[in-house]
Design a protein around this ligand. Structure first.
Ligand code: PMT
Length: 405
């Protein structure tokens, strides 16, 4: 997987001759693993057609704010929420002015205004327009608000002049995009993550399991790597690709998961248990397939060992994060698990029915720790995982600094 694997990049194309380069940029972003949603201003469409960018991005290009059909499929607010990063490339002088003024006069400016996603702006314009006091003031305003400026480069311009104002090349823009996600918050830290379900055998062909897909745990592994951690991922049976730079250990049962965690625990500084581990397993595993008989059948179960409690009983030096999957009384039940398993933090999610949690691509979490907590609202699991890793890094550093003092 590449540097932008699964990242949702909203690429805004505004009216500049450099708009022809956005075709190459879409390709390069996709090569790096990103999901690219193109939004074009009206002026941009004079330089490159939506059809070209739609073909390359493999997603419909959005162009109009007042398009009832487009709003019905993916409205501007939804697009604003969807994006992990908004990149305006090329950003014309006119569009930079609109951003600086906070206008919402077209689809792209409305999305930029409505989004919490970081904003990167790659200017492309004549050197005099770039050097003008108005453009420089507008750019300064955007940077004060946290936008990142990508370029511009200097050189020969489409108008025949030479100077600063050329849009960066596609590869350079992609490299800058990747930097957004490489936070370094857990640089060099050893992090062990569990993910997916466990399977508890009944006989040679049947087992007890649950609906976990592993998506939440795998997203956390990818986010921890982006934060600079060395990640070991202990996974139950799932159909997911291992994130780049992650050491994966496959297991089936709760007992195998416990053994794999214990074998790899010594150097771990942070443990995040997103796996849905079976609480019970059959008391006896039949050696032959159990035959169908008249009437009902009964299965005797015994408890599995609790992996989290085993870890925290061994040492309280690690930062241990549990999950709580609840169908009712989310906060109260999660607080009980936080205490009982001696955790540093618990991430509670509602499961079942229309809620996030199992299987789905989206989730919402209530994070709790001693004396505090915060809600992370419904979002794609990749995005949520990055938010959770940020919080874990914060609390991990707080715990370490208390212990050092
Ligand atoms: O995999 P997905 O489809 O993406 O779904 C994500 C998820 C819903 C599975 C995930 O967000 C989640 O909630 N994981 C924990 C599920 C769970 O088993 O919750 P629990 O409340 O039953 O367990 C509490 C904690 O104890 C969990 O961290 C669990 O890993 C741990 N545990 C449970 C049993 C056991 N024997 N040992 C444990 O360590």
């Amino acid at each position: 997987m590449s540097s932008l694997a699964n990242k949702r990049i909203l690429l805004g194309v505004s009216g500049s001759i450099a708009a022809y380069k956005s075709a190459e940029l879409v390709r390069r972003l996709k090569d790096a693993g990103a999901v690219v949603q193109v939004v074009m201003t009206e002026a941009a469409q004079a330089f490159v057609t939506p059809f070209t960018l739609q073909t390359l991005s493999e997603r419909p290009v959005h162009t109009a704010l007042m398009d009832a059909n487009a709003e019905a499929t993916m409205g501007h607010i939804e697009q604003a929420r969807w994006a992990d990063l908004i990149v305006i490339a090329p950003a014309s002088a006119n569009f930079i002015a609109r951003l600086a003024q906070g206008q919402a006069s077209d689809l792209l400016s409305a999305i930029a205004l409505a989004s919490e996603a970081p904003l990167a702006v790659a200017p492309a314009m004549n050197r005099q327009m770039w050097a003008s006091a108005a453009t420089q003031a507008n750019v300064a305003t955007l940077m004060e608000r946290g936008a990142k400026l990508l370029g511009p480069a200097s050189g020969e311009q489409a108008c025949g002049e030479v100077g600063a104002g050329r849009m960066l090349e596609a590869d350079e823009i992609v490299a800058h995009c990747a930097e957004y996600f490489e936070t370094g918050l857990l640089a060099g830290r050893h992090v062990l993550i569990t993910a997916g379900p466990t399977q508890e055998d009944i006989d040679p062909v049947r087992y007890i399991s649950n609906r976990s897909s592993g998506k939440m745990g795998f997203a956390l592994a990818a986010a921890a790597v982006e934060a600079g951690a060395r990640v070991t991922l202990v996974s139950g049976p799932v159909a997911l690709v291992t994130p780049d730079r992650v050491a994966r250990i496959d297991v089936r049962s709760a007992a195998e998961m416990l053994a794999a965690v214990q074998e790899n625990l010594a150097e771990q500084e942070i443990v995040i248990a997103a796996a849905a581990v079976a609480d019970y397993r059959p008391l006896q595993v039949a050696t032959q397939k159990i035959k169908k008989q008249a009437g009902s059948a009964q299965l005797s179960l015994e408890q599995t060992a609790d992996i989290l409690s085993t870890i925290t009983a061994e040492s309280d030096a690690r930062f241990v994060v549990g999950f709580a999957a609840e169908t009712e009384q989310l906060e109260a039940n999660a607080r009980v698990k936080l205490e009982k398993k001696s955790l540093d933090m618990i991430a509670a999610n509602g499961v079942g029915g229309e809620r996030g949690g199992f299987e789905r691509d989206e989730n919402a979490l209530l994070l709790l720790w001693q004396g505090g907590g915060v809600e992370l609202p419904m979002a794609p699991k990749e995005k949520l995982a990055r938010q959770l890793i940020e919080r874990i890094a914060e609390r991990f550093n707080a715990k370490n600094s208390t212990e050092d003092s």
